[in-house]
Design a protein around this ligand. Structure first.
Ligand code: URA
Length: 185
């Protein structure tokens, strides 16, 4: 089944497979359907829930700045989340919620077919490589398939809470930029 992003959005609106739907709005990913790079966060926060769009609050503002620092705009990439609804009070998503929402992320990945998947933080990294730890894996490429790599980076929200991570985050984006130049066009 070859769905478009708009069709996926409509299907998500009608979906009730994760109990979080009762208290929040669905937030699918957004960006270019031809993106080579897909950024994957954890779950929508308050602003994302209000607007129904990913990474549009404070963490999103920082993500925009980091993208700009390597010459990219939101429109050039695809930005999504593991969980499609806001967990109450921004608590961590539970393993069940991640599992319930995972088919959506898989559909997005199948549709976009990015060469580089960038998990932002441990929740998204855990989906691809449960054995890896974000503290040691950030800023480095890991081969996923013949034509896809995973390049973990700290979550931008982590740097908002802990300014010591801000430099690491900037450096990781520079490493990502360098890595992108090594990929076939
Ligand atoms: N944090 C996330 O993980 N995702 C968002 O969309 C916003 C904040």
């Amino acid at each position: 089944m070859n769905l478009t992003l708009d069709q996926l959005q409509e299907k998500l609106k009608a979906w009730k497979g994760c109990p979080l739907w009762e208290h929040s709005n669905p937030v699918l990913g957004e960006g270019s359907a031809d993106a080579q790079i897909m950024f994957i966060g954890e779950a929508p926060g308050q602003k994302e829930d209000e607007l129904g769009r990913p990474f549009v609050g404070p963490a999103g503002k920082l993500l925009d700045e980091l993208l700009e620092s390597i010459g990219l705009a939101r429109e050039d990439v695809y930005i999504s989340n593991v969980v499609k609804y806001r967990p109450p009070g921004n608590r961590d998503p539970t393993p069940e919620e991640k599992e319930q929402c995972m088919p959506w992320l898989k559909l997005e990945i199948a549709l976009i077919h990015p060469n580089v998947l960038v998990p932002l933080g441990r929740h998204a990294l855990g989906h691809f490589f449960p054995e890896l730890n974000i503290t040691s894996a950030h800023g480095k490429p890991f081969k996923l398939t013949d034509d896809a790599w995973v390049f973990p980076i700290y979550h931008p929200a982590a740097a908002l809470h802990n300014p010591n991570l801000r430099d690491a985050l900037s450096q990781d984006f520079q490493s990502l930029k360098k890595f992108l130049t090594t990929l076939p066009a």
